[in-house]
Each structure stands twice: as C-alpha cells, then as structure tokens.
Design a protein around this ligand. Structure first.
Ligand SMILES: [Zn+2]
Length: 156
C-alpha cells in the first residue's frame, strides 16, 4: 500500500494530527500510535490525549459541549452492557475519547477492537465531552465518563 495524501508518512516518524489519517502498510495510523507498531502508543501523545482531551485517532481537540465517543471492553470491565450504564461511570479503553468519524474508523480497521467486537464485548458510548473526567486508578491516570453516557448501538 502507499501512503495517503495526508503527508509523507513513514514507519519511523509519528504522524501529524488531522484527517485523513496516513496509511502505512494498509493501515490507517492513529495519532497516538507509532507507525511501525500500532500497538505501541507514544507516551507523550497519550498524556496529551488525557490532558486535552484530544482525540487519540486524529489528535485534534474536542470542542466544548460536543459529544465524544469512547470504547469500553466489557471483558476488562468484568461486566455487561446493563451494568456499564447503571454504574454511570465507565472507563475508556486506552483513555481514548474520539470524534464520531474517528471511532467509526477505529472500529472498522483496528484489529484489537474487531476482536473485542467478535466476542460481543465491545461497547461504544457517547457522552458530552464535559462529562469526561481525568482520574486515577491504581496510581495510573485514567479518563472516565460520568453522567451523560449512552450506548450507541448503530455505530458498528
Ligand atoms: Zn478525531
């Protein structure tokens, strides 16, 4: 495959923020991921996602009061869809809070998300960005959403 028109993406350099996402080896490259190993997430960029919040897929900020999208692995949460909503606090996988088109791209192309989806354990939530809060779990920073979360059934 060839690189997209988004720039001179190579496997050695982190990609620029924005759309379209660069494609390397047939895979769209998330802003947080190292192009040579998509499972490796750059620590500085993950911190920026936490501090922003920024979208982990495109690296662009979320506007105030907009709705954002996040994925929950029900297996990791040890729960199911009804419990996720009744708890009213859910944890975003990889601290990823995404734009709608970015979460659609992630679900369509990310092998990890597709594997979770195949197990019927992928839960996609939408929430007002202002309800996304930074906290800590076991000493590690973690984004959580409280209050406005709703399961999106038709996005996948
Ligand atoms: Zn995005």
């Amino acid at each position: 495959m060839t690189s997209s028109s988004a720039g001179a993406a190579t496997a050695d350099v982190l990609t620029d923020a924005g759309w379209p996402r660069p494609i390397i080896g047939g895979w769209p490259i998330p802003w947080v991921s190292h192009p040579s190993n998509l499972s490796y997430q750059d620590a500085d960029r993950m911190q920026a996602v936490l501090d922003g919040p920024l979208c982990q897929v495109c690296g662009q900020p979320h506007e105030a009061c907009c709705r954002v999208f996040l994925c929950v692995n029900a297996e990791n949460e040890g729960t199911d869809r009804s419990v996720v909503l009744s708890e009213q606090i859910v944890l975003a996988m990889d601290n990823g809070v995404m734009h709608e088109r970015c979460v659609r791209l992630a679900i369509a192309r990310c092998p990890v998300l597709r594997e979770i989806q195949a197990k019927n354990a992928l839960i996609v939530l939408s929430a007002v960005v202002d309800d996304v809060q930074r906290g800590e779990i076991d000493g590690r920073p973690q984004l959580a959403v409280q209050g406005s979360a709703a399961i999106i059934e038709d996005i996948i």
